[in-house]
Design a protein around this ligand. Structure first.
Ligand code: FAD
Length: 187
């Protein structure tokens, strides 16, 4: 239930939340489809992205919607206060989100990076597609990720994920791998 007198900016916040929900659901349905497909390879990376993206998405939504309720959103009058408490654990169990970034970093440097090197051009083709602009953005992100992965592997080899002290610096690469999902759903 929304507070009385909700105005235009509330619709804006609701729009942001709807986008987020749509993106999270799309990632989840895509993953379910991949699991149902008997020809799918191991889906460790995809599952990691989905867990990380989906649970962080919950918190992005709380961030968008809490201001709608104002100070009362912090009271038990509205369910959003309980949602904030309940959702915190989602980023912790089933492997904390820090660990998801760690796993992504490991797979990016050791498994995905070498695969990307072997591809002639990593760009997807979208000539004539109504989604040409979205594909162009995704290509740009993928190329950026690939370049940074190459540099990281050349300089640090596997040390980027093996050494606890430098891991957090390279977690940015993990987040880069998740961003195209988010962006693709939004465009
Ligand atoms: C309410 C709840 C229900 C649960 N239910 C189940 C269940 O049904 N079945 C089940 O099997 N488990 C369950 N768990 C366990 C849960 O999966 C683990 O608690 C969770 O995976 C985190 O592991 P940990 O507690 O051992 O954290 P730790 O491994 O002790 O980590 C502590 C902190 O350090 C961070 N950290 C650790 N290593 C690194 C690293 N290398 N780089 C960066 N950060 C790091 C972690 O992200 C975390 O923030 C549950 C936990 C909770 C809280």
């Amino acid at each position: 239930m929304l507070p009385r007198g909700s105005k235009g900016w509330v619709r804006y916040r609701l729009g942001q939340a709807m986008e987020e929900m749509f993106a999270c659901e799309s990632v989840a349905y895509n993953l379910i489809g991949l699991y149902d497909d008997a020809t799918s390879d191991a889906l460790r990376v995809e599952s990691t992205v989905a867990k990380y993206f989906g649970t962080e998405g919950l918190h992005r939504n709380l961030h968008y919607l809490e201001p709608v309720y104002g100070i009362e959103g912090q009271t038990q009058r509205y369910r959003i206060e309980k949602d904030r408490r309940d959702m915190r654990v989602m980023t912790i169990y089933e492997g904390t989100n820090e660990i998801q970034q760690f796993l992504l970093l490991k797979d990016l440097t050791d498994m995905i990076g070498p695969k990307l090197d072997k591809l002639e051009g990593v760009e997807a083709k979208a000539d004539g597609s109504p989604y040409a602009e979205q594909v162009r953005c995704l290509n740009e992100m993928l190329t950026g990720l690939h370049e940074r992965l190459q540099l990281t592997r050349k300089t640090y080899k596997s040390a980027a994920w093996r050494r606890a002290l430098v891991q957090p610096i390279f977690f940015r690469l993990s987040r880069m791998a998740v961003l195209p999902v988010q962006d693709a759903e939004r465009k």
